[in-house]
Design a protein around this ligand. Structure first.
Ligand code: BES
Ligand code: ZN
Ligand code: ZN
Length: 472
């Protein structure tokens, strides 16, 4: 799909363009007037269009056009008619419009023998703010390309994307940028004592990998011009890279295993975010760490009751083989220390409990840093990757105690309460002294109808991670 933003009257365009008209009420419909087709889209009162409903509108236009098999759209969009959008800057408005159109145009067709591509070839947007719109579009193109790439990686079935495949995907994603990728194999992880990753990944044929991405932007302004040593190191993103989660020996029942090839969505988002940051040549230093493993079942699988020695030196009692994400993240979070990071953000499809808590409309975030929590909520509104905080209080730490190990990967007695917080509390044993936020992205792993996106991976929170790198 091509996007064109120009200061040019729609009436000068050929009839082949279906005009899009935003109407306040009624029903969506196509109307013919003198050989020109108009697609009427119900957008409500202009005064009521908010940044949130604006995203849905942008996506809805593309979704409707695809459904109606339209090829060329033309729409006049002037920010000045929308008071709640005017509170944002103009670049943001056109970036958000085009970014969301590009996300809505995406389809995952790699496994279709007949590739029924989107019919939509071109969207022409008439705007009086050609310069700002152009700069918004340039940003949107890079963002959407990478978010859609994240969706491709996450949507790939577990049989075709194993840990080594995820490492390959990372290399492909960063090709042509100045970012580097290095991949640690089992032997190298053994030397580092990464018992969590080795334990979880040991049962599968394709052995676990530890993927390290690094991008060092030029004149990283946070490195220079500051005496505060805490703000010096890189931002480290850590992404859960379970390429398939069977649950291990405590195997997931029935349909609970469906879509568990997307249990590497956190890893995919980290790859895509680093690739975006490198493509945008942002003046920051970022590191991406992805512990990649398949939680499989074989005679070398970890058993309930096994005690793993982690890279940090702590021992972890495995009370549940399906709580594997926190085991691999623990080693990655500990490894993050070697960078003396200014900020650590981990992203993981960690708990089904987060869906129970939030439904499917927000990422759960947990941090003890109130400033960081507020900043992320703000960036969530800014980007559309909405986040909602859950507490990370000391009261919950009692549920991480082990019987025979230092700590256990789930509460003793397997309580059904507070599962998302318990996961974060477990991770907090490995992040002492770090500025850290945990993002449980399980609620946003797959799209829901109201997202107006193709079924499958959402590509979130790639955009949010990029915004974090832009801000911190
Ligand atoms: N990958 C799952 C969590 C998940 C479930 C993500 C559904 C997305 C959709 C994770 O590894 C897991 O299995 N968690 C367990 C934890 C439990 C054993 C404490 C869960 O949520 O049931
Ligand atoms: Zn699991
Ligand atoms: Zn998992």
């Amino acid at each position: 799909m091509k996007l064109i933003l120009k200061h040019k009257k729609l009436s000068t365009l050929p009839k082949a363009y279906t005009r899009v008209e935003l109407v306040e009420k009624g029903v969506e419909r196509l109307v013919e007037r003198g050989g020109v087709t108009t697609l009427e889209i119900v957008a409500g009162k202009p005064a009521k269009l908010t940044p949130r409903t604006f995203r849905a509108l942008a996506r809805g236009i593309v979704q409707s056009a695809k459904k109606l098999k339209l090829e060329k759209l033309a729409i006049a969009f002037d920010v000045d008619a929308y008071p709640k959008l005017k509170e944002k800057n103009i670049v943001w408005v056109y970036e958000t419009l085009t970014y969301n159109m590009l996300l809505a145009d995406y389809e995952f067709l790699n496994y279709k023998s007949k590739k029924q591509k989107s019919s939509l070839k071109e969207v022409f947007i008439s705007t009086p703010h050609e310069r700002e719109a152009g700069s918004g579009l340039r940003h949107a193109l890079i963002l959407a390309k990478h978010v859609n790439m994240c969706r491709d990686i996450a949507n790939t079935p577990g049989g075709d994307l194993t840990p080594s495949g995820l490492a390959e995907a990372a290399k492909t994603a960063l090709k042509g940028t100045s970012a580097t990728v290095s991949v640690l194999d089992e032997k190298e992880m053994q030397k580092l004592g990464m018992g969590g990753i080795l334990g979880v990944g040991g049962a599968a044929k394709d052995k676990p990998r530890f993927i390290i991405l690094e991008y060092r932007g030029q004149n990283d302004k946070n490195r220079k011009n500051t005496k505060d040593s805490s703000s010096k190191g890189p931002i480290v993103f850590v992404g859960k890279g379970i390429t398939f989660d069977t649950g291990g020996l405590q195997v997931k029942p029935g349909m609970a295993m469906y879509e568990m090839h997307m249990d590497m969505s956190g890893g995919a988002a980290v790859i895509a975010a680093v690739a975006t940051i490198a493509s945008l040549k942002l003046p920051v230093h970022v590191v991406g760490l992805i512990p990649a493993a398949e939680n499989a079942i074989s005679d070398s699988a970890i058993r309930p009751g096994d005690v793993l020695k982690m890279m940090s030196g702590k021992t972890v009692e495995v009370l549940h083989t399906d709580a594997e994400g926190r085991l691999i993240l623990a080693d990655a979070l500990h490894y993050a220390r070697t960078y003396k990071p200014r900020l650590v953000v981990d992203v993981a499809t960690l708990t089904g409990a987060s869906l129970i808590a939030l439904g499917q409309h927000a990422h759960a975030i947990m941090t003890k840093d109130r400033e960081l929590e507020d900043a992320l909520r703000e960036l969530g509104e800014e980007t559309g990757d909405y986040v909602a905080p859950l507490p990370l209080w000391d009261e919950y730490m009692q549920y991480t105690k082990g019987v025979h190990g230092d700590i256990a990967n789930i509460p003793q007695g397997d309580s059904k309460y507070g599962g998302t917080i318990n996961g974060a509390s477990f991770l907090s044993h490995f992040t002492k002294g770090l500025r850290w936020v945990h993002i449980d992205m399980a609620p946003r792993m797959t799209s829901v109808a109201s997202d107006k996106l193709a079924k499958g991976a959402t590509g979130e929170p790639t955009r949010l991670l990029v915004a974090i790198a832009e801000q911190f």
